[in-house]
Write a protein that binds this ligand. Structure first.
Ligand code: ACO
Length: 448
């Protein structure tokens, strides 16, 4: 294949270099396009834009392939641990025995948060959303990070990365405890990453919580499956913030905010709310599917569809099997899992979903698993953030190490042409406050 693409504008031909990835994906390099032609590319939502070259994660959305640093997600899900996967994503290779021991040791060493930080939790109302608290606390935590601005030193970076991943679970659990008015539980150094988090979530002063091994394994799996997903909305946000030279903590706090939305990480909570609604109101699933297909109804089938996957999300397959296994062990059954399976069945036979290649994504079954573990719905996206943190850090590092350009897209301006300022006495009425309804409406709205 040619290593240049030809672009013809008004009879003049321009050569655009072609960049080829290791898996054969091809891109036209348009970095000089405006300079040479006066044109920019318009790509709403960056659906067809490669924003960077990256060696972290490979996704083939047509074939349903996901690999971290070349290793298929199915192998990592069955053979790795979250702590090991963090190293793999950040450093590019599986750790040696010594590296893993030292890396785990850092997680233990830095699992406590500064005592001064605990006072911050008193300042949040009990109704505050844990994602807001998480993002605020990551930034607050940066005030206690002495080496934050000297990331060029490899060991400072490693300590900061380990601190961030380790302390995130402590903050997440503390945010939950504060929200339910229970005393905050401190971490225990002999516990592994997942068991320690569950201990901080569910132990109380007069009783330690000891999770079933299947619950620990399910959490481990969820964290691994969420650990990275190339240039998704939150990772792109982290890279964008990092491109301005912002520090690791500030960039990852921004990632938490991007993840929160229902079209991205917030979908796991929205799925369970949807399933609960269908259950409580005994809604006929065919009627519900008819609503999500109706262009005049803002509703969407949450947990379905993906910007990149045009086939079954490989993570959703693993989640579905885990939901079955975990429920059989700890809960007997869950009517919401049954509804999810029936919904999937109806949707996958429906022409609307077939024509648009809409399949279950990672969020469709993860909420049912988290529910079985006793995790409250408003903590679902926090768990996603815990899982995604190594991916954000790996992307931050890649952006930092590459000395990449400042992210600063262009636009096509569609506003007013130049006009004169009107003094207030001469202004008529204005309808600029009239609500404008987005084309697609809200993806998920109050159902009752
Ligand atoms: N339910 C009903 N219709 C859908 C859905 C859905 N879940 N998803 C997409 N569609 C339809 C759209 O209405 C559109 O139809 P049209 O061509 O007739 O206008 C078509 O499929 C394409 O949809 P887009 O929104 O243009 O596709 P995009 O790639 O931008 O959207 C997204 C991807 C945002 C994930 C979308 O599928 C969605 O909203 N899904 C529900 C929310 C969700 O589960 N998000 C989690 C994603 S995974 C993650 O971030 C971890």
């Amino acid at each position: 294949m040619s290593d240049t693409a030809k672009l013809n504008i008004d009879g003049t031909s321009y050569d655009l270099p072609v960049v080829v990835g290791t898996e054969g994906d091809r891109a036209m390099d348009i970095r000089k396009l405006r300079q040479t032609t006066g044109y920019v590319c318009l790509d709403d939502g960056f659906a067809n834009t490669g924003s960077c070259e990256s060696a972290i994660t490979f996704v083939d959305g047509e074939k349903g392939i996901l690999r971290y640093r070349g290793i298929p997600i199915q192998q990592l899900a069955t053979q790795s641990t979250f702590v090991e996967t963090c190293w793999l994503l950040i450093y590019g290779e599986l750790p040696t025995r010594e590296q893993l021991k030292a890396w785990s040791g850092l997680f233990t060493k830095y699992e406590m948060i500064h005592e001064g930080l605990y006072h911050h939790f008193d300042g949040f109302p009990s109704t505050g959303h844990p994602m807001a608290i998480l993002s605020a606390m990551i930034n607050a935590m940066s005030c206690y990070e002495p080496g934050l601005m000297e990331m060029e030193d490899a060991s400072t970076f490693q300590v900061s990365a380990a601190r961030l991943i380790s302390k995130l679970r402590t903050i997440a659990a503390a945010a939950y405890k504060a929200s339910i008015g229970q005393p905050i539980v401190y971490p225990k150094p002999h516990l592994d990453y997942c068991t320690n988090f569950l201990h901080m979530m569910f132990s109380i002063p007069y009783g330690d919580y000891e999770p079933e091994p299947e619950i620990v394994a399910a959490l481990q799996l969820i964290l691994i499956l969420h650990a990275d997903h190339e240039q998704n909305c939150s990772s792109s946000t982290v890279r964008m913030v990092a491109s301005s030279g912002a520090n690791l903590f500030a960039s990852c706090a921004a990632g938490v905010c991007a993840l929160w939305g229902p079209l991205h990480g917030g979908a796991n909570a929205a799925v369970v709310e949807m399933l609960q609604y269908l259950h409580d109101n005994k809604v006929d699933l065919k009627d519900y599917i008819a609503r999500v297909k109706d262009k005049n109804d803002p509703l969407r089938l949450m947990g379905f569809g993906h910007r990149v996957y045009k086939t079954y999300d490989p993570r959703a397959n693993i989640m579905k099997a885990t939901a079955d296994k975990l429920l059989a062990k700890v809960k007997g059954n869950d009517p919401l899992l049954e509804i999810a399976k029936r919904l999937e069945d109806v949707a996958l036979k429906d022409k609307y979903f077939i024509d648009r290649n809409l399949y279950p994504n990672v969020d469709f079954y993860s909420g049912v698993i988290l529910r079985a573990m006793g995790i409250p719905v408003n903590m679902f996206t926090v768990i996603f953030a815990m899982g995604r943190m190594p991916g954000w850090i790996a992307n931050w590092k890649e952006q930092y190490d590459s000395g990449g350009a400042l992210y600063r897209p262009r636009q096509i301006y569609t506003g007013q042409s130049e006009r004169d300022y009107t003094p207030i006495a001469e202004r008529g009425t204005s309808d600029c406050l009239a609500p404008k309804v987005s084309k697609k409406g809200r993806p998920y709205c109050e159902l009752k």
